[in-house]
Design a protein around this ligand. Structure first.
Ligand code: NZQ
Ligand code: ZN
Length: 394
């Protein structure tokens, strides 16, 4: 087991009607002015935003809004949010929505605590900070896990680069999770979320460090739970129990627990961010489109690990390691297909790409082949190109 630090400071308030607790949770943080960040309107249509506002106002909290967050959230809106938060004197940034709203809220929290430095300096890694305003979240989609994670992903629309900022300072102080709030999700977003949750643990499971028994058992249990309840939820997204399991899995899958004691790989996330930043495709779809091609590119490095994944997660009985490993990859892709998620670029709305575009993406993702992606296999620009090529159409 590799050395690790475990830090999970988020207070989770889970269950029906918990959004009514938001005002009290903010008050307990000592904040009296809150900037609420949300997306394209789902939280207005559902009446959630109004309920959250009322719960804040009941505690005497002054409530201002920043709306218009889009999936693959934009740097420009986060910059606008920083100005708003500073001029208003916000003391806490509250996200009402999914990963995109939460990540924008995190960015505003960093920017407002560091008003002299442009946000992108932090996201491009040129500047560091240990300060951010506190962030709270009222979650409406089980997917990105941002409600407990140390990460915030923004897209710089001027360059098409999608990049993450990782620091414990952006872990939310509280997360309100009412599974009923996810009933209104479009089917496609539900499926994207299921893929993303599975991927957050898959990308922690395939690493070169061995011998983490408890972490493995937690990871395998989480993956089985996501698959079982993902199927149930996809059939009936008003199934409270299935939606609850998914919601909790979403948080646990990305708060660090399923990868304790080993490094994260996250190469598929980097490959996916390249597609998301360039073509504005939904995050989950960018992952299902590349995972199988990544797995076939790397599985021979540790056939036993892929076979163990097959046995523990997919119940594959074959004693033949190679066969079990390949079956595990196929079953994972079959699961993605059952959710109508793409397993290649050609099945996404962008369609099959020219070789030249794949080369450019590989080059961009590896910063001109100066950066190796992942750790299960450290991918060079050529590896990334070959994976994109294999993932182009199948
Ligand atoms: O904008 P609105 O109108 O709210 O609609 C949203 C949006 O169109 C809709 N939606 C959300 N909850 C809904 C709902 N529609 C109806 N009813 C509801 N209850 O769903 C769409 C997607 O929302 P979004 O917030 O983009 O989804 P998700 O949670 O998947 O977040 C994706 C973003 O998070 C990043 C991704 O890269 C992507 O930018 N990630 C963030 C991570 C983190 N911070 O730790 C880790 C992840 O790996 C990921 O990279
Ligand atoms: Zn993800």
């Amino acid at each position: 087991m590799k050395e690790f630090v475990q830090y999970m400071p988020t207070k989770v308030v889970f269950g029906k009607g918990t959004e009514e607790e938001t005002g009290r949770l903010i008050q307990a943080c000592g904040a009296s002015k809150v900037l609420a960040v949300y997306g394209g309107g789902s939280v207005k249509r559902s009446g959630l935003l109004e309920r959250v506002r009322q719960s804040c106002e009941a505690e005497g909290i002054v409530f201002k809004e920043l709306s218009g967050v889009r999936p693959n959230p934009r740097l420009s809106l986060a910059r606008e949010g920083v100005e708003k938060a500073v001029s208003f004197g916000a003391e806490l940034i509250l996200a009402v929505g999914g990963g995109s709203a939460i990540d924008t809220a995190k960015a505003v929290a960093v920017g407002a605590a560091n008003p002299g430095t442009d946000l992108w300096e932090f996201w491009s890694g040129n500047a560091k900070t240990s300060q951010a305003l506190p962030v709270g979240a009222v979650l409406t989609i089980s997917a990105a896990g941002s409600e407990m994670s140390d990460s915030a992903v923004l897209t710089n629309e001027e360059t098409g680069r999608k990049a993450g900022f990782n620091s414990d300072i952006v872990r939310p102080v509280f997360a309100v999770m009412n599974p009923e709030l996810t009933y209104t999700l479009p089917k496609y977003q539900l499926a994207c979320g299921i893929v993303d949750i599975l991927m957050h643990t898959l990308e922690r499971y395939f690493t070169p460090v061995k011998g983490n028994e408890l972490t493995d058992e937690i990871a395998e249990g989480l993956m089985r739970t996501v698959i079982r309840n993902g199927r149930r939820a996809y059939k009936d997204q008003t199934d409270y129990d299935a939606m609850s399991e998914l919601m909790w899995c979403g948080s646990i899958s990305h708060n660090g627990l399923t990868g304790l004691g080993r490094p994260k790989d996250f190469a598929c996330h980097k490959l996916g961010h390249e597609i998301g930043g360039r073509f504005d495709e939904a995050h989950g779809a960018t992952l299902s489109a590349v995972w199988g091609s990544w797995a076939r590119h790397v599985w021979r490095l540790d056939t036993g690990r892929f076979a163990a994944y097959g046995k523990k997660v997919w119940n594959i009985e074959s004693e033949e390691k190679e066969e079990a490993a390949l079956q595990a990859i196929e079953q994972t892709e079959e699961f993605f297909r059952s959710l109508h998620m793409p397993v290649c670029l050609g099945e996404m709305s962008i369609g099959v790409q020219k070789e030249q575009v794949l080369r450019e993406m590989a080059d961009h993702a590896t910063k001109g082949d100066t950066l190796k992606l992942g750790c299960f296999k450290k991918l060079t620009a050529q590896d990334v190109y070959e994976i994109y090529q294999a993932a182009n159409h199948r």
